[in-house]
Design a protein. Structure first.
Length: 280
């Protein structure tokens, strides 16, 4: 890490770079936000905003269950329960006549209720409250190493399912006619989303993590005229939002996760305003 820190000091001769926690936060932003931008393209195209929101609730319950059974690592319970939660919702959606929104709503509300009951038992909720807003400034070198691994795994998974996922987002019936296993592709994408949410929720926060899976893609869709432009714009929007939010948090003394989402929201409204110029 010292080599990376030295390179950052050379390339970025700013006062805030003297703090190790800011270097770690900057590296985390560079690793994390492009991933959100990439995934948000399919979240928006596949109309999965409500589903991605439910993953935050599922992660909340995962933390609670991990604390209840005494698992050594909170991240372990987060990952296991988040992925299981995402796959269960996907499976139920394909096995019931109820609408997808209904299924997601039932699971989401149940998850948050169970999580609150477990965490509030014995007055222990206060120690989990930081997870609601997150704190990217608390990230450690070990966390950064984990993010690198997650980035690599998610990118590999993305490459493997992208073409089928793109076809599915356009028309699921046509995708089936072309031999695409809708359930398998949806499950794989749901698992990728769950992993990203579980790993990053402690730094972004449960209350606003869904915004990072929606706003970059929504902003990019307003100005993109091709699939390539769509993905480039989404990743760029997420990265810019992350950097603006991080520096705003440092200079203004506000929550970094909320600042990042606010920056992404501003970009969305700007893209909405200029959309007519890109639709010609």
């Amino acid at each position: 890490m010292e080599l990376i820190y030295d390179a950052m000091d050379t390339l970025l001769p700013f006062a805030w770079m003297e703090y190790t926690f800011m270097k770690n936060a900057l590296l985390a932003t560079l690793l994390m936000t492009p991933l959100f931008g990439l995934l948000s393209t399919m979240v928006v195209s596949s109309r999965m905003a409500f589903f991605s929101d439910s993953l935050g609730h599922g992660a909340f319950t995962g933390i609670a269950i991990g604390a209840l059974v005494g698992m050594f690592s909170p991240l372990t319970s987060l990952l296991i329960f988040s992925v299981a939660f995402a796959l269960l919702i996907t499976w139920i959606k394909h096995r019931t006549a109820a609408s997808a929104d209904t299924v997601i709503g039932v699971f989401s509300s149940t998850a948050i209720a169970v999580g609150l009951m477990i965490m509030s038992h014995g007055g222990g909720f206060s120690k989990f409250s930081p997870l609601l807003i997150g704190d990217i400034l608390s990230i450690t070198p070990a966390d950064l190493a984990g993010l690198v691994v997650v980035d690599a795994l998610v990118l590999i998974g993305w490459v493997l399912i992208f073409n089928r996922l793109l076809l599915l987002s356009v028309n699921s019936s046509f995708a089936r006619s072309r031999g695409v296993s809708v359930f398998a592709v949806e499950s794989a994408f749901a698992a990728l989303l769950a992993v990203v949410v579980a790993v990053s929720i402690q730094w972004v926060g449960i209350l606003i993590i869904n915004a990072l899976l929606v706003l970059p893609g929504a902003a990019a869709r307003n100005v993109a005229r091709s699939v390539k432009e769509y993905h480039v714009a989404a990743v760029t929007a997420a990265l810019c939002s992350g950097l603006v939010g991080l520096f705003s948090a440092y200079y203004l003394g506000i929550a970094a996760g909320a600042a990042i989402v606010a920056a992404a929201a501003v970009l969305f409204f700007v893209s909405l305003a200029v959309r007519p110029y890109f639709q010609r």
